[in-house]
Design a protein around this ligand. Structure first.
Ligand code: SAH
Ligand code: SF4
Length: 362
C-alpha cells in the first residue's frame, strides 16, 4: 500500500478498532454505521462526537470502491465492475436464487435468497487453462477492506436489509488461498455479530487446491465451508487443465481435505467442471466416486461456460445428467450448478478485469 494513503476503515476488525479508537465502545457504533446502515461518510455517523468524526475523517478512508459498470441479467443476477483506488478493476456478482418459503398460514410465498460472489485478487497466478480470469495473469491482491466493501456496496445498492441473510462465495476473480491473510480477515469481519453477522457457515471459500494452504486454513478454524475445484480425476488430465496440479497433486489435496475441520451438518464441496469430450464420461464419474470414498463430501457439477479465449465446449445436457445420475445412484450428493447470469458473462470463469468483447458467450 502507498505509505501516504490513509488506511480504509473496512480493513479493521472490531477488536482492532477498539484498540485504535477510544473509548472502545465507539468501535461497535462505527461497525453499526458501516455494516447495518452502510454509510459512505464519517459525517453520517451521527451518534459520534464531532471531534471523533473529524479525527476519523483525517485518519481513514471509507469510499474505496468506485462502481464503473453494472449489468443486470435476465435472471435477475447483477454484475458489478468496481474500480479500486490503484485503477485496477474487479467484478462482483449478486446472484438471486428463488427459494420456496411458507407464510404463517401455510401458503407458499417466494423470497429471494441472496448470494454474492466476491473477488479476492485482480487476475490470478494459478493459470487454469479454461478460466478467463487467468488470461490477464496476476496483477494484485485485494486488501481485506476491498473484499469487505464488495458486500457492503452491494447490500447498500440493492437496499438489502441488514437482517436479511446473505451467502458469500469466494468464487469471483482470484485464488483465495493465495491471498489467505486478507481473505481470512475479511471472513472474520463478515462474521462479526456486531457487523454484518454473516455466519461462517454461510461463507464458502473455493480453491484450486493449494494443499498446504488448505491445511493452514483448516488450522485457523474459521468455520467456513470449503470448496475444491477438482475438475479431473487423474493427475495427467488435471495437469493439463490446471498446471498447479504439478505442485499440488490430487492425492495431496485429498489428504489436506481429510484434515479440514468440517461443521457437523456440512460437507466439503468438490466442484467438477464438466467439459465436453474431456471429462464428461462415466469412467470419470466412477473414478470420482472412489476418490471421494470416505470423505464427507458433495459434488457440484458445473457446465463449462464457453468464452472467446478457449476451445473447450459446453457438455451436452444428456451427458451431464448421466454423470450426475451415476454419482447419486451410488450415494454421493451431487447437484448441477445453475448457470446464473450467462447473458452478462457473470457466470463462473467468465469474470475478468476488463471488458473485452470476446468475453461474451452468447
Ligand atoms: N480460484 C478459485 C475460485 C474462483 S474460480 C477456484 O478456482 O476455485 C470459481 C469457480 O469457477 C472454480 O470452480 C472454477 O474452476 C470455475 N470456472 C473457471 N472457469 C470456468 C468456466 N469457463 N466455466 C465454468 N466454471 C469455471
Ligand atoms: Fe485462478 Fe480459479 Fe481461474 Fe484457476 S479457476 S485461474 S484458480 S480464478
Amino acid at each position: 500500500m502507498n505509505m501516504e494513503k490513509k488506511p480504509a476503515i473496512q480493513d479493521y476488525t472490531r477488536e482492532e478498532l477498539a484498540q485504535l479508537i477510544k473509548p472502545a465502545f465507539r468501535a461497535k457504533q462505527i461497525y453499526s454505521w458501516l455494516y447495518h446502515k452502510y454509510v459512505t461518510s464519517f459525517d453520517e455517523m451521527k451518534n459520534l462526537p464531532h471531534s471523533l468524526r473529524e479525527e476519523l475523517k483525517e485518519k481513514y478512508r471509507i469510499e474505496i470502491l468506485k462502481m464503473i459498470k453494472k449489468e443486470k441479467s435476465r435472471d435477475g443476477s447483477i454484475k458489478y465492475l468496481f474500480e479500486l483506488e490503484d485503477g485496477n478493476t474487479v467484478e462482483t456478482v449478486l446472484l438471486l436464487m428463488k427459494k420456496k418459503e411458507f407464510n404463517e398460514d401455510g401458503s407458499v410465498k417466494h423470497q429471494e435468497r441472496y448470494t454474492v460472489c466476491i473477488s479476492c485478487q485482480v487476475g490470478c497466478k494459478v493459470g487454469c487453462s479454461f478460466c478467463l480470469t487467468a488470461k490477464s495473469g496476476f496483477i494484485a491482491n485485494l486488501t481485506a477492506g476491498e473484499i469487505v466493501e464488495q458486500i457492503r456496496y452491494i447490500k447498500r445498492d440493492n437496499n438489502i436489509d441488514a437482517n436479511r441473510r446473505v451467502n458469500i462465495v469466494y468464487m469471483g476473480m482470484g485464488e483465495p488461498l493465495d491471498n489467505l491473510n486478507a481473505v481470512s480477515k475479511s471472513s472474520r469481519i463478515f462474521a462479526d455479530p456486531d457487523g454484518m453477522a454473516i455466519a461462517p457457515h454461510r461463507q464458502t471459500i473455493s480453491t484450486s487446491g493449494l494443499s498446504t494452504k488448505i491445511v493452514k486454513l483448516g488450522k485457523m478454524n474459521l468455520g467456513v465451508n470449503l470448496a475444491i475445484s477438482l475438475h479431473a480425476v487423474d493427475d495427467e488430465l488435471r495437469e493439463r487443465l490446471m498446471p498447479i496440479n504439478k505442485a499440488y497433486n490430487i492425492k495431496s489435496i485429498i489428504d489436506a481435505v481429510k484434515e479440514f475441520p468440517v461443521n457437523n451438518r456440512k460437507r466439503v464441496m468438490f466442484e467438477y467442471l464438466v467439459i465436453k469430450d474431456v471429462n464428461d464420461d462415466i469412467a470419470s464419474a466412477k473414478k470420482l466416486l472412489s476418490l471421494l470414498n470416505g470423505i464427507k463430501s458433495k459434488v457440484n457439477l458445473i457446465y463449462f461456460n464457453p468464452h472467446g479465449g478457449t476451445e473447450y465446449k459446453r457438455p451436452n445436457e444428456k451427458d451431464m445428467l448421466a454423470f450426475q445420475e451415476y454419482l447419486t445412484k451410488h450415494g454421493l450428493h451431487c447437484t448441477i450448478r445453475e448457470s446464473k447470469g450467462l447473458d452478462i458473462s457473470a457466470a463462473c470463469g467468465q469474470l475478468r478485469d476488463n471488458e473485452l468483447e470476446d468475453n461474451r458467450c452468447l
